[in-house]
Design a protein. Structure first.
Length: 383
């Protein structure tokens, strides 16, 4: 028992063979790459968007495509993002060393690239422009133009995957949308996948006729995994570890994690450890609640800090999302029961969404507020 390895990993990108029921979406991404089209992948945090992009990129690379995948949130400036894109593209696309310098110089002429050779003998281009010579948005556009030119010369399938692309829009506004659209719509040699977790913003950007991204490409929305298949995957992994699951046990686990893939994985991880320690004998309500308490206890400091930084009406808004089930929170009587006003509650909900603590989800024409992290709701209930 001590030698067993916990099969429920969290906090990292899952590999191609670890994903549960994302085949159709992977196939759609693969088709977009193959057809050099544009695609938006929209999904809340903790729903496996990054893992899906990683798996799709892994699959594309195995088929010979050049994958340039970057998370816009990881770069403090657009200049750094543009530099990383150019460096990666030049390393992978320039061709034989004897042609590489002239190829990069020609394709990225407006960026005045500085070219060196890395330890593996491949060219590495860096931006020759100073930040003062070209504004951030045009700089990013020129970099993408250079990548399209390099892709044309290479003849390879190339895909640029920009995760959390809304970060660029939040910082630079509608001008960023216009610049990106005017740039990528002219490209014929690169596929683009724009992804993000700000579901409402990205939906507005891609569905409203007056926005530049309107009808730029197809859209994929990530929601909860089909419960039946998720439950089956959980049962299989517990069984392979030699642990029993009572009837409905794994389905109850998914319910406690509010169907959020990351949270399901984490709760299953803690439960597996309790079973390994022989604290319980099977997956059931008692053992699941014990695992949930362990998770919440370990996050107590982080949750306490978040709660302490919230203003009174924001705390009331969070309470309302939980106690009212997140539905029709602005109807008569809700704010009164909370001891506030409807305008104040509405403002608080908007602020909580901006803080990435709650999000709005819609099904069958209805919408409701939910906590981004369902375990935070468990912490509040236990408090």
């Amino acid at each position: 028992m001590a030698a067993l390895r916990n099969p429920f990993e969290y906090g990292r990108e899952l590999g191609l063979l670890e994903l549960v029921n994302r085949d159709a979406k992977r196939a759609q991404i693969a088709a977009s790459i193959r057809n050099r089209s544009k695609l938006f992948v929209i999904g809340p945090r903790r729903f496996g968007k990054t893992s899906l992009l990683a798996a799709a990129g892994e699959e594309a690379a195995a088929g010979g495509a050049i994958v340039l995948r970057f998370d816009a949130e990881k770069f403090d400036t657009l200049e750094r993002l543009a530099a990383a894109l150019l460096a990666s593209a030049s390393r992978q696309l320039a061709g034989p060393p004897e042609r590489s310098i002239s190829t990069i110089t020609r394709a990225a002429a407006r960026l005045r690239p500085q070219i060196s050779i890395d330890d593996e003998g491949r060219p590495l281009a860096t931006l020759g422009l100073s930040p003062a010579e070209l504004e951030p948005l045009p700089l990013l556009a020129e970099t993408l133009d250079a990548i399209d030119a390099l892709a044309k010369e290479s003849g390879r399938d190339v895909v640029v995957i920009l995760d959390e692309v809304q970060q660029i829009v939040v910082e630079y506004g509608i001008a960023a949308e216009r610049q990106l659209r005017s740039t990528v719509q002219a490209h014929r040699h690169v596929a683009y996948i724009f992804a993000g977790s700000a579901t409402r913003l990205l939906n507005e950007m891609t569905s409203e006729p007056n926005r530049p991204f309107y009808r730029l490409g197809a859209r994929i929305f990530l929601g909860p995994l089909p419960r039946e298949e998720f439950v089956e995957a959980l049962e299989t992994r517990f069984r392979k570890s030699g642990f029993k699951s009572d009837a409905g046990g794994c389905e109850l686990l998914v319910e406690y994690a509010a169907d959020v893939p990351y949270n399901v994985q984490r709760l299953a991880h803690e439960l597996w450890e309790l079973l390994r320690e022989r604290a319980f004998t099977s997956v059931n309500r008692t053992s699941i609640e014990a695992a949930l308490k362990r998770v919440v206890r370990r996050e107590d400091l982080a949750y306490t800090q978040v709660w302490s930084n919230l203003r009174k009406n924001q705390r009331l808004g969070l309470r309302a999302v939980i106690t009212e089930g997140g539905e029709s929170l602005l109807r008569a009587g809700v704010a009164q029961r909370l001891g506030t006003t409807t305008p104040s509650l509405q403002k608080a909900l908007g602020q909580l969404e901006q803080l990435d603590l709650i999000r709005k989800e819609g099904t069958r024409g209805k919408s409701r507020w939910v906590l981004v992290d369902p375990f935070f709701a468990a912490w509040l209930r236990m408090g």
